[in-house]
Design a protein around this ligand. Structure first.
Ligand SMILES: NC(=O)c1ccc[n+]([C@@H]2O[C@H](COP(=O)([O-])OP(=O)(O)OC[C@H]3O[C@@H](n4cnc5c(N)ncnc54)[C@H](OP(=O)(O)O)[C@@H]3O)[C@@H](O)[C@H]2O)c1
Length: 392
């Protein structure tokens, strides 16, 4: 919240904003705006933080539970409130456009959707790029409640929902197409409405915070490996192996796709994590240029934006997927499609502990620290996922 309150007369600005928002479709009428504060969100939950050393001790690569208790959920539909707390922006821009609101309308549930009481969410770079207006041509209308990744409890089901029921603990990426009309009511809110097909039951061994960090990143990792035609016996170089996507590419390549050899890049302090995730070769990008190494790879998964260099690291006939930045042939780009079936397929690997979420040790960030979480995401230095938990 400090970042929000550094402008001149911030309270007045926020109140003006609130008056303005009362006429917006996301907001109900005129209840008093309450600013979040440490007392509003006085979580006494003790967070177990991990340091780079504790990755060695903690086989889950992840902050352990106590961070994300099962939310108190409405026991009947009539107990669901009509308004909720949420983070909202009504114009594109820097983190300063992010505002906390306490009277946002709880979204309606369409026939194929469920209403989720959100327990935890996670940030992805697309959240800040979208907020900066980079995808405004295909974005949903403002104002926006940001957030793609969610873990929580189903509190209401639409008439066409087939499998999920009230009380189910679920997780997923709530927007089927990340850039084409992503949801206006995202996961940085107490409630969000999501198509059943985008969700899966939460792996039983993971708490909400751990589960929330997975969907968009693991679906991107899986779809990228499939599009690369990756299969058992092939070698792979992962650029950005310590990030949200890269940390899962390494694990999926090893445990789901049967890679013969995995190399990955990071800065010096994260090399050990790369090895723990399953990399055979950890390359320190501050000391070596991966494209200058004599060894070449069947595929490169580029989660950094170095496609021009990545194409020099493949064998004859190899391929490169570039998640971001300019694409150099034969490299290619795709944009992830959210699909609950992928999460269902991967749940056994998660429940067996073969694949583990990596939660950045600076988090989980509580709900009143969303601005700080965005600022951190924008540094591009996160280790694994930036999780927001608990969400009241
Ligand atoms: N096309 C799609 O569908 C899609 C889907 C998901 C993500 N993306 C994009 O893919 C990119 C990665 O996403 P993400 O969620 O993994 O981001 P992230 O978690 O924010 O990535 C942060 C990581 O990047 C590493 N990194 C930064 N510069 C590096 C370099 N030169 N070499 C190696 N590692 C480097 C950092 O490690 P160090 O601190 O060691 O540098 C850090 O651990 C983003 O641009 C995102 O928008 C695209």
């Amino acid at each position: 919240m400090e970042a929000m309150l550094t402008t001149t007369s911030p309270l007045r600005t926020l109140r003006q904003h609130h008056r303005h928002l009362q006429h917006h479709p996301l907001c109900l009428s005129s209840s008093t705006l309450s600013l979040p504060s440490s007392s509003t969100f006085g979580h006494t939950t003790r967070l177990l933080r991990i340091t780079s050393k504790s990755w060695r001790r903690n086989p889950s690569f992840s902050a352990k539970s106590q961070v994300s208790p099962t939310p108190t959920v409405a026991s009947t539909t009539k107990d669901i409130p009509t308004q909720m707390k949420a983070w909202v922006y009504e114009e594109y821009g820097s983190v300063d456009v992010l505002k906390f609101e306490s009277n946002v309308v709880v979204p309606e549930v369409k026939d194929d959707q469920v209403l989720i009481k959100v327990a935890a969410a996670a940030l992805n770079p697309v959240d800040f790029k979208r907020r900066q207006g980079k995808f405004k041509a295909t974005d949903s209308p403002l104002p926006t409640v940001p957030g793609y990744d969610v873990a929580g409890v189903v509190v209401k089901v639409g008439s066409q929902v087939k499998e999920l029921k009230v009380g189910d603990e679920i997780y997923g990426d709530i927007s089927e197409k990340a850039l084409e009309g992503p949801k206006q009511f995202g996961s940085l809110a107490e409630y969000t409405a999501v198509e059943e097909k985008l969700l899966a039951l939460k792996p039983k061994n993971l708490d909400f915070a751990q589960a929330a960090g997975l969907p968009l990143a693991i679906e991107t990792a899986h779809e990228g490996l499939e599009r690369l035609g990756f299969s058992a016996g092939k070698s792979i170089l992962v650029l950005g192996g310590a990030g949200g996507v890269g940390s899962l590419v390494i694990q999926l390549a090893k445990h789901v796709f049967g890679a013969s050899k995995i190399a990955a890049t990071s800065s010096t302090s994260k090399l050990e994590l790369l090895k723990e995730l399953g990399a055979d070769l950890a390359i320190d990008y501050t000391k070596e240029n991966f494209e200058d190494l004599p060894e070449k790879f069947d595929v490169v998964f580029d989660a950094v934006g170095q496609c021009d260099r990545a194409v020099k690291a493949i064998k004859e006939g190899g391929s490169v997927v570039a998640l971001t930045g300019a694409v150099t042939p034969p490299g290619f780009r795709f944009v992830v499609t959210s699909d609950g079936a992928v999460l269902k397929k991967l749940n056994p690997y998660l429940e067996s502990g073969k694949i583990k979420p990596v939660i950045d040790p600076k988090g989980p960030f509580p709900f009143d620290k969303v601005v700080e979480a965005f600022s951190y995401c924008e540094t591009g230095r996160a280790t694994g996922k930036i999780v927001i938990s608990p969400i009241p």
